[in-house]
Design a protein around this ligand. Structure first.
Ligand code: UDP
Ligand code: MG
Length: 312
């Protein structure tokens, strides 16, 4: 297998029913496209026949097929990471195994990449999921816009293309939980988005329960923002300052008017002050924890685009 131009990455978790339909549409779509390609399937510790089906498919098209079989379920985004570390193409495309992302749309992403973008996201023209998922996604998109610097219109959609340099940057991160589209966005210099079709899940059912969706969104928030931690410091500062003012006011009243409500107000002032202090302390602690967190993620501290210097 020579070095291909395009790598298509597909995480697979318990998709035995839908894989054959996927192969039947994916390979012709890529063959038609023209440029050389490889497809990396990552079996994410499936408990059904998915791994066996991938083995068979590898036998059938070994020229363009690669499969990485993970020993246990690592989660969709870590599965994609495993493929990224092995990808050889200059353009890397991710999509889901359930055919919600039509393989025929890959061409659209590739031609956008050829225009010089290094990250092509996609927006689902009309999303084919249930009402609750649509509503919850909209709410999460809005929350993310407020707390992070990441500007992705449709974060839940995995049909995206990344340049070699963006994938290299992702590969140098050592974090154990992440959200690939957002991580890629932080490294992209020239991102853009295109509108694509979306289909209902071909076969099988969604691998995300409400619980795992909440976990995923926590990952997204905490991986890209220290804002929640900083809110505590801010709140602490405001409460301490407010209660300090109250304390002064009450002391003055006590001196001028004598004890009121048998000293109860003084007690309140003291209590508020201490609560403020405690909140500030938590916030301060949070600042240090946040720094420890940034450090252990081992993300690259900077990305060099080019160095202008004279060669020997
Ligand atoms: N997936 C995975 N590991 C997981 C969960 C999901 O590799 O732990 C894969 C799954 O096989 C599919 C993609 O991630 O290819 C998206 O999952 P799904 O379609 O269930 O998510 P939804 O479309 O409901 O958001
Ligand atoms: Mg799906």
């Amino acid at each position: 297998m020579n070095t291909p131009e395009i790598t298509v990455v597909i995480p697979v978790y318990n998709e035995e029913d839908g894989l054959q339909v996927l192969f039947d549409r994916l390979y012709p779509a890529l063959d038609q496209l023209g440029p050389s390609y490889e497809i990396i399937f990552v079996n994410d510790g499936s408990r059904d026949r998915s791994a066996a089906i991938l083995r068979e498919q590898y036998q059938r098209r070994p020229d363009v097929t690669r499969a990485i079989l993970l020993a246990a379920n690592a989660g969709q985004h870590m599965a994609i990471m495993a493929a990224f570390e092995n990808a050889r193409g200059q353009i890397i495309v991710t999509l889901d195994a359930d055919l919600q992302n039509p393989p025929e749309e890959i061409g659209k992403l590739i031609s956008k990449m050829r225009e010089g973008y290094d990250y092509v996201g996609s927006i689902r023209r009309q999303r084919r999921d249930n009402l609750f998922r649509n509503w919850a996604s909209k709410a999460m998109n809005r929350l993310r816009e407020r707390t992070t610097r990441i500007r992705i219109t449709d974060q839940g959609n995995m049909l995206r293309a990344y340049s070699r340099s963006v994938v290299n940057a992702i590969n140098s991160c050592r974090e154990v939980s992440t959200f690939i589209p957002a991580l890629a966005y932080t490294f992209a210099r020239n991102p853009t988005e295109v509108v694509v079709e979306h289909e209902e899940r071909a076969l099988g059912e969604s691998k995300y329960s409400l619980y795992s969706l909440i976990r995923l969104n926590f990952d997204l928030m905490t991986a890209f923002s220290l804002v929640p931690l900083q809110w505590f410091s801010m709140l602490g500062i405001v409460v301490s300052m407010g209660s300090a003012a109250l304390f002064v006011l009450l002391i003055v009243r006590r001196i001028l008017l004598g004890p009121e409500a048998e000293g109860l107000f003084t007690l309140f002032a003291l209590a508020f002050f201490l609560i403020g202090l405690a909140l500030f302390g938590i916030g301060l602690l949070g600042e240090y924890v946040g720094r420890v967190y940034l450090q252990v993620r081992h993300r690259p501290r900077y990305l060099i685009e080019a160095v202008l210097e004279q060669q020997e």
